[in-house]
Design a protein around this ligand. Structure first.
Ligand SMILES: C[S@@+](CC[C@H](N)C(=O)[O-])C[C@H]1O[C@@H](n2cnc3c(N)ncnc32)[C@H](O)[C@@H]1O
Length: 775
């Protein structure tokens, strides 16, 4: 009971990253900490490579040659070893298992001291034993970890020595110089060719090229991850590709000069490593010709080859000057890479390119890779009904294997495995927890609602965030949980009841009807409908069903919603006056661009810190777009970097509007009318794709909910279009009528206790929109 799964993923413990400015972050190589959060097998490889690079950097012995050829040989050896497990392999894995001796009880205990109810409600310690045990054992566990590390390291050294010997023999067999000797360019070529041949040979014989360390032994992977985390120095934070390159390139023109004495003419009198002769490629990888590509199209691609090509091209793009074939441009390589990404990972060209542009090539591949694996299952303890530690204990008793998510949340638990359906336990039915992606805690934490406040959750179904807001407010004040999708409102209502939220009012409006229906909120959350590009692992159909037009429709809706959300905030709130905008999309169009649009249209709004100290900065510039410098306060969460769903959040403070700002706003509203009319015309005349999906980031939502939401967004877009088109027939065309509308709307809003300014801005906009549509 409660043993940690062997196949567990790294917990969704967001990693601290060194802050980089938005503009530069997508070009920079990621930091060491980040690589530690890569998917487990990859992490193991990176850790191994880090270790190799470190030992190469610190060793006074000649650096062992590590070329792709030797790697392949090592892989071949490991494949052999797999067939006949040696004693040594078994011994090497023992300490890793030892480290897993910590029982789940102990793991939970470690979190006890931080396990006070987040809502501030004090509970008595029912289970003091657990707490004491936890405190006592914390040091013990640390010590155990350290011991294990020592053992592991020693054994690793043995492994390495043995591996080194084996490598040497193999090198001799291949007619390559022994370990410690420099390779000539010709030898390197030969080695590369041999590596490829070996790999293909092994594959053709059905051997897996995965090493034992990288394979099912996620424990080994974890152990290596720990080591990687501990590694210091220049090798830290390098990607697998960079390290592979470093291994080989250490002796290259920019390599370590310490070994200069070793440079001697080889017997063939060929050039030693150094500047390559003009025109000679440093890497003998050749881009496929047009004919090759045509052939591939007809015969179908060999995915293994495509994968290898992806790695080669990424490697070359990482050091283009040195590694690219003369005469081939960077864009040719990028084009090939994008085509291969589409083939290998199954994206359409449009989305592959959009996502690729967010990162360096190497990092883009990490992102695509992360989308192939699920994120950890997480639950949120509902503090209106229980405490996290009690919930954890109850679930452990049922055979659920779990542990706290991380220090940043006091209510999150990660589930590794369960012998019972986690969505149907008595605790679940009794509302003790919500199945919820860890990323989706963040907007609520950022909004930080206070007890007694009036809060609007504008797009709230199925209620993961509304119910969390309710709990944070300790069932006081009011949360208006709105969603435009009737069917989804049903599951929202069910969750509100199940979780015992007594301060929630469920409503079913199009968010754009706020603040007309009701306004003056202390805080508003707009967890916007979006493309779901941050949660592709949950809904892989996103890879193929998003077109440029879909994104355009979504961003249009998002821009409308954010303005309505801002106008629904009471800028004079004594305790609040905040809006949090969030999406589970990583596209700047749906994130920074929407916020930037809001800043332009509402000069009384400014970006403020979210209070979340992990994740990456929002972009302050992206390609040809410049954003508010404070956009760096927004948070971007990435699956490959943080092992959480991809997410964006930005917190805004709405200040009381002054006269000058009012004028600015009116001007902006007039300009916005042009945009709106244009978009509406597009929707009316064009065919709305049924595939415009807006994702729900709650783990409980199934495919059917996503479908419903898609329908809803399409319907909403169509309704908006129809409404705007309908204005065509209305007689309110002249300025006099507009004035009348404005006045009556202002009166109406005043009576409802709302801000007349919003009406003032809306009416001329509508009038102008109507005129454009007429044309
Ligand atoms: C990302 S999901 C919200 C998830 C929710 N916040 C939660 O945590 O459970 C987006 C929601 O927006 C709703 N939606 C789409 N268009 C809307 C609109 N115009 N007004 C209000 N809600 C809308 C969808 O029905 C969907 O439930």
């Amino acid at each position: 009971m409660g043993r940690r799964s062997k196949t567990k993923q790294p917990p969704p413990q967001p990693l601290q990253e060194h802050r980089v400015t938005g503009s530069s972050s997508f070009n920079n190589k990621r930091k060491a900490t980040e690589s530690a959060s890569a998917p487990a097998p990859k992490k193991a490889a990176i850790a191994a490579a880090n270790k190799k690079a470190k030992s190469a950097a610190t060793s006074s012995k000649p650096t062992p040659i590590s070329t792709p050829a030797t790697k392949a040989i090592a892989k071949a050896e490991k494949a052999k070893a797999k067939a006949v497990p040696s004693k040594q392999t078994a011994a090497a894995s023992a300490p890793v298992k030892g480290k897993k001796k910590a029982t789940q009880q102990q793991q939970l205990d470690l979190a006890v001291d931080e396990d006070e109810d987040e809502s501030g409600v004090e509970y008595e310690d029912v289970d003091e034993d657990i707490e004491l045990e936890g405190e006592d054992e914390e040091d013990g566990l640390d010590a155990l970890d350290e011991d294990d590390d020592d053992i592991e390291l020693e054994e690793d050294d043995d492994d390495e020595e043995q591996e080194g010997d084996e490598e040497e023999d193999d090198l001799k067999k291949l007619g390559l110089p022994a370990k410690g000797t420099k390779l000539t360019a010709a030898q390197r070529k030969k080695a590369l060719a041999e590596a490829e041949r070996l790999e293909l040979l092994l594959k053709s014989q059905g051997h897996s090229l995965e090493s034992d360390d990288e394979g099912d032994g996620s424990e080994a992977g974890e152990e290596m991850e720990d080591e990687a985390d501990d590694e210091e120095g220049a090798a830290d934070g390098l990607t697998e590709e960079q390290l592979a390159f470093l291994d080989g390139a250490g002796e290259g023109p920019e390599g370590d000069d310490d070994d200069d004495d070793d440079f001697e003419d080889d017997s063939d009198g060929e050039l030693l490593d150094g500047p390559l002769p003009e025109g000679a490629p440093a890497n003998d990888f050749m881009l496929p010709t047009i004919e090759d590509r045509e052939k591939e199209k007809v015969l179908g691609a060999d995915l293994q080859l495509v994968h290898m090509r992806i790695q080669e091209v990424v490697n070359i793009l990482g050091d283009f000057k040195r590694l690219a074939t003369d005469g081939r441009s960077r864009s040719e390589y990028v084009e090939q890479l994008l085509a291969d990404v589409c083939t290998f990972y199954g994206y359409n060209q449009f989305l592959a390119e959009k996502l690729f542009n967010l990162f360096s090539p190497a990092e883009a591949i990490e992102f695509f890779e992360a989308n192939e694996t699920p994120r950890p299952i997480t639950i949120r303890a509902n503090t209106l009904r229980t405490r996290r530690r009690d919930l954890a204990q109850a679930l452990i008793n049922r055979g659920v294997n779990l542990e706290p998510i991380g220090k940043w949340t006091k209510v999150g638990l990660q589930v590794f495995e369960s012998s019972v359906p986690i969505g149907a336990t008595p605790e679940y039915l009794a509302g003790h927890y919500m199945l919820q992606a860890a990323s989706s805690f963040l907007p609520c934490i950022a909004l930080a609602p206070q007890p007694g406040e009036r809060v609007l959750d504008m797009a709230s179904a199925p209620g993961g965030k509304s119910t969390y807001l309710s709990a944070l407010m300790q069932n006081t004040g009011t949360v208006f949980a709105n969603d435009s999708n009737k069917a989804r409102v049903k599951s929202l209502t069910a969750n509100v009841h199940r979780l015992g939220c007594k301060n929630v009012v469920v409503c079913n409006y199009d968010g754009r009807q706020f603040p007309k229906v009701i306004g003056g909120f202390d805080r508003v959350l707009l967890d916007s409908p979006c493309s779901g590009t941050g949660v592709i692992h949950k809904d892989p159909s996103v890879k193929t069903n998003k077109s440029e037009r879909d994104i355009h429709l979504l961003t249009h809706l998002q821009k409308q919603l954010i303005l309505c959300a801002i106008d629904s905030v009471n800028a004079r709130s004594k305790t609040g006056g905040y809006l949090v905008y969030s999406t589970c999309s990583v596209l700047t169009e749906e994130d920074e661009e929407v916020v930037q649009y809001a800043l332009k249209k509402r000069p009384n709004v400014k970006i403020v810190p979210t209070g979340i100290d992990f994740g990456r900065d929002g972009f302050t510039a992206f390609r040809d777009r410049k954003f508010d410098p404070k956009m760096s306060l927004a948070r971007r969460i990435f699956p490959h970097a943080h092992n959480l769903d991809g997410f964006f959040l930005c917190k805004l403070k709405v200040e009381p509007i002054n006269k000058k700002q009012q004028q600015q706003q009116a001007a902006a509203a007039a300009a916005a009318a042009d945009d709106e009319a244009e978009a509406a015309t597009t929707v009316v005349t064009g065919k709305v794709s049924k595939k415009v999906t807006a994702n729900n980031d709650d783990a409980v939502s199934g495919a059917s909910e996503v479908d419903e939401e898609a329908e809803e967004v399409v319907a909403a877009a169509a309704t908006a279009a129809a409404a705007t088109a309908g204005q065509d027939e209305t007689p309110f065309d002249d300025e006099q009528d507009q004035e009348l509308i404005q006045k009556s709307l202002a009166k109406h809003m005043k009576r409802k206790g709302q801000k007349p300014a919003a009406a003032g801005a809306a009416a001329p906009a509508a009038g102008k929109a109507k005129k454009v549509v007429k044309k």
